[in-house]
Design a protein around this ligand. Structure first.
Ligand code: GLN
Length: 285
């Protein structure tokens, strides 16, 4: 088959399977499997594609047509401009979460003003998954001291691999929330914990409910299980003027704010994302 025929086979198959961004995905998979870029494609659309590559492409298109996430096939997702390695052990980093990094950096710059010259701001990323938050923070703010926690050893393997590929010096800790975190105090604890209500999981896209790790999504009965625990336990791990910063689901701002207030956090701020949805809650001790 020619390049053009192969691509149109890919697009057709994905459209028929109801894949939202069929054209983009079919193209990205062709590029992934053949290494052929846009320019080359448009110059030689009628060139024959190597038989083995073509067969491989068909296999990947078949996978994607079953709603298997594109990022688990290509093993990559961009986040904050960095290429993160991902596989089925971790949630695929979401663009909304970039806002969490940016807002955390605002808090970091305020904290920096209060610290003495040679002290570094200490950040803990709770439920790090692929490590996207912790690693991006470290890469963009070299002087930070960053630790990152996850309960899953498989997720930590991915996070460590990302830290190595991107040359980020982050300390990873295997721990069920704060259980194995030594009693150090942090300036900032940041977290994008699992926050979907168990009953809502079945409503998610097949890509998410069928293939992403349920442990990274499931916030139990009311979706607030991890906020409750992290808020309660973080108090002993935050410095006196420490800050806790969360990504939240669009309908969780009131409940998470209340949890923070009840735990004695003095300042609570809710921040909207670009779609105007409540996305971030910041609590100051
Ligand atoms: N912190 C990771 C992310 O934002 C993983 C989040 C999770 O597993 N709930 O992508």
């Amino acid at each position: 088959m020619t390049l053009k025929e192969t691509l149109s086979f890919g697009v057709g198959t994905l459209v028929n399977s109801g894949i939202d961004e069929a054209e983009i995905d079919a193209w990205l998979l062709l590029e992934f499997v053949s290494g052929i870029g846009r320019t080359e494609y448009y110059m030689y659309p009628d060139r024959e594609l190597d038989f083995n590559i073509c067969e491989k492409y068909k296999q990947l298109i078949l996978k994607r047509s079953n709603h298997y996430p594109l990022q688990y096939i290509t093993n990559v997702q961009q986040f904050m401009g960095y290429d993160f390695y991902v596989n089925e052990s971790v949630l695929v980093p979401r663009p909304e979460t970039e806002l969490l990094v940016v807002k955390t950096e605002k808090v970091i710059s305020e904290k920096k003003k209060c610290l003495l010259n040679n002290q570094s701001v200490k950040v803990l990323d709770m439920c790090t998954g692929s490590g996207c938050i912790a690693i991006s923070l470290k890469l963009r703010n070299y002087e930070l001291s960053v630790s990152a926690v996850d309960i899953s050893n498989l997720a930590l393997e991915v996070a460590r691999k990302n830290a190595e590929i991107l040359s980020a010096d982050v300390c990873f800790i295997q721990s069920d929330l704060f259980e194995n975190v030594s009693c150090e105090k942090y300036d900032i604890i940041v977290s994008n914990p699992p926050y979907i209500e168990t009953g809502e999981l079945a409503e998610l896209m097949i890509e998410v409910r069928g293939y992403e790790p349920v442990i990274a999504l499931d916030g139990k009965n009311d979706g607030l299980y991890f906020y409750r625990k992290i808020i309660k336990e973080s108090v002993s791990f935050l410095k006196p003027d420490g800050v806790l910063i969360f990504e939240i689901g669009f309908n969780q701002a009131d409940s998470v704010s209340l949890l923070l207030e009840n735990a004695g956090f003095k300042t609570v701020e809710v921040i909207q994302d670009m779609s105007g949805l409540n996305r971030i809650v910041v609590g100051g001790i």
